[in-house]
Ligand binder design. Structure first.
Ligand code: AQP
Length: 337
């Protein structure tokens, strides 16, 4: 690229709290792939965030590498985007601490995701879960991020990030870029195959509800065949009233690239069974190459680790510059070393 103006900075991440799902391709990875040439991208595996829910240590370690490998398998190119693991860059936790002293208890208490997650994880409502949006603000602000792709559930957190940046800048002098939400080109939110009013989630205890990106062809076919549909017999797209069949149409659209209207038109008179078979075929064809690439990347753990070390080095160079600035402004004394 010959464009002399610097590219805008974009930051995003996924928690390695399980194996990634088709929802992550729909709502995150395919956007990232499309954005990586246009923006200066930081794609982080946010393992510190995953700790807010109790994890089996061996699983968390494995999923961290799996998650990074899936970024690559989905098409992120390390030559264009920085891929790294959050805990490898200590500045994230350090800046989160400073920002927590600028966050009102009341304003953090208003975060709706905290309220929802406290109900979901009632046996472990920890302070980390409460402080999650502050760590997210640190993730974003360390890189002077201009754009953050956000879904509906993260809008409030990005608003807090903007407030914190402005508050800090006003209290001292301009330090942080105030980030803007980036409304992704592909906004699909895939729903659970077993309860289409709920989001498809990697930590759903019912594995039939979720298409994991590592599922083999038989598992994909089985899960699509068992997907809950609505009463009725026609293939129509109406997410509000017919969420089950609409979700399958979304999946077909994702896998085939065919416009929703064209799908509905083509399958209007088909049976649910025939449509499900077509969805399964399209999805198998779409996911097989991703899974094969994932397996190749994952089988060479040395190269993957090396790539993540290099990513962390690149990220740390930028993050530490911001953190040093913040420490100096708030009055933390540091010797020259
Ligand atoms: N079902 C989905 N449809 C569309 N986008 C989705 N994303 C996740 N699930 C879907 C997008 O992935 C990014 C963040 O993922 P995350 O794993 O860090 O957090 P999450 O949204 O909480 O995902 P899960 O699978 O539900 O995780 P658990 O089960 O651990 O809580 C975001 O860009 C999100 O929109």
């Amino acid at each position: 690229m010959n464009d002399a103006s610097p590219r805008k900075v974009l930051f995003s991440g996924i928690q390695p709290s399980g194996m990634l799902t088709l929802g992550h391709i729909a709502g995150a990875l395919r956007n990232w792939v499309a954005l990586q040439h246009q923006y200066e991208c930081y794609f982080c595996v946010v393992d510190l965030h995953a700790l807010t829910v109790r994890q089996v240590p061996a699983n968390l370690r494995r999923w961290t590498l799996d998650c990074a490998a899936m970024y690559l398998a989905a098409g992120i190119e390390p030559a264009h985007a920085t891929i790294f693991v959050q805990s490898h860059v200590p500045a994230h936790a350090e800046l989160a601490w400073v920002l927590s002293t600028f966050t009102g208890f009341g304003e953090a208490s208003r975060m709706t995701q905290f309220k929802e997650k406290s109900v979901q994880h009632a046996d472990n409502v920890n302070v980390g879960l409460f402080a999650y949006p502050i760590l997210m603000a640190a993730d974003i602000l360390l890189y002077q991020t201009e754009l953050v792709p956000v879904g509906e559930d993260q809008k409030q957190h990005l608003e807090l990030t903007r407030d914190l940046a402005q508050r800090f800048n006003n209290a001292y002098s301009p330090t942080f870029t105030v980030p803007e939400p980036y409304i992704p080109t592909y906004g699909a939110r895939l729903m659970s195959l077993q309860d289409p009013r709920k989001k498809m989630s990697k930590s759903d205890p019912n594995h039939n509800a979720t298409i994991f990106l590592v599922d083999d062809n038989d598992a994909i076919r089985r899960k699509i065949q068992r997907a809950v549909t609505d009463s009725g017999t026609t293939i129509t797209y109406d997410p509000e009233h017919r969420p089950g069949i609409s979700n399958l149409i979304e999946i077909y659209h994702l896998a085939s690239g065919e416009p929703i209207e064209a799908i509905v038109e083509r399958f209007r008179d088909a049976s649910y069974a025939a449509f499900k078979a077509a969805v399964a075929d399209a999805l198998v064809a779409y996911l097989e190459p991703v899974r094969t690439r994932f397996q190749q990347i994952r089988s060479d753990e040395g190269s993957l680790a090396q790539l993540l070390v290099e990513g962390a080095r690149r990220a740390a160079r930028v993050a530490e510059r911001t953190l040093r600035n913040v420490y100096r402004k708030v009055g933390l004394w540091r010797p020259q070393y």
